[in-house]
Write a new protein. Structure first.
Length: 251
């Protein structure tokens, strides 16, 4: 097969739902009303041109205060991009190319939108709201589809949730709870791991926010402090609640 014929075959290969995936996060929201950012991610195994979806929540549990697209490619901006907020959710639309000549490259778990939530009035710890993809929001309703080769394809989706939690405030990486992150913290975390002492606030010691306290956490803090390693996930550098629904606590 000549290169030209092979390229033509690739262009004509029809995309399928398995080529696309939208994921909503699991988040924890303080019962005191602190805002928490939830990032929706998108995966496309093929070149693509646009995306739309609706995402709904329970307005008796959480309030959506802000929604914005996350630009995952350099300028120029797409000719059409919008996020509209409504009491029970939001709708999102993004078209990069109207003429099919400049498709986007494949992406994996790319952040394409951020939504900021806070606890609704009257919500209490333990309440849970879905963060679910939907085709019922907007007039007319916005349908959840990806666009490739000017064809609409319904992507695979994974819904998330927002759980209301008691306000357990801490600084991630601040294992000894002195209000700052320095070399004393990895020493403290190691002491907790390899002694019989009971150390409070596992969330603070989970420096890499993977849902576990293990030897990777003091190494993570040391890399951050002395080797220009990755930044410490929220809440850092200011005190706050853990936005990650990992089952850990800070008692």
């Amino acid at each position: 097969m000549t290169p030209l014929l092979f390229a033509t075959f690739l262009c004509l290969a029809s995309p399928t739902p398995e080529d696309f995936r939208l994921v909503a996060p699991e988040i924890r929201v303080s019962d005191e009303g602190d805002p928490v950012v939830a990032t929706v991610t998108f995966t496309s195994k093929v070149t693509w041109q646009g995306l739309s979806f609706g995402i709904r929540h329970d307005p008796e549990v959480v309030e959506l205060v802000k929604g914005e697209p996350t630009i995952i490619f350099p300028p120029p901006p797409p000719p059409f991009i919008v996020v509209n907020i409504m009491p029970e959710g939001a709708i999102y639309g993004w078209v990069l190319d109207f003429c099919c000549s400049l498709p986007l490259p494949p992406v994996e778990d790319a952040p394409i939108a951020q939504f900021t939530y806070r606890a609704a009035a009257g919500a209490k710890a333990g309440d849970i709201s879905p963060l679910a993809f939907t085709d019922t929001l907007g007039r007319p309703p916005v349908v959840t589809v990806a666009v490739a080769q000017a064809i609409s394809i319904r992507p695979q989706t994974k819904d998330g949730s927002a759980r209301i939690v008691n306000s357990e405030r801490f600084i991630r990486g601040d294992g000894n709870r002195d209000g700052r992150v320095n070399i004393a913290d990895p020493v403290f975390i190691l002491g907790c791991m390899f002694s019989s002492d009971s150390c409070a606030c596992a969330d603070a010691q989970d420096a890499n926010d993977d849902g576990f306290v293990d030897i990777a956490d003091p190494i993570y803090v040391l890399n951050f402090l002395f080797a220009a390693g990755p930044g410490i996930p929220a809440p850092y550098p200011d005190e706050g609640i853990d936005p990650t629904a990992d089952g850990m606590n800070c008692e």
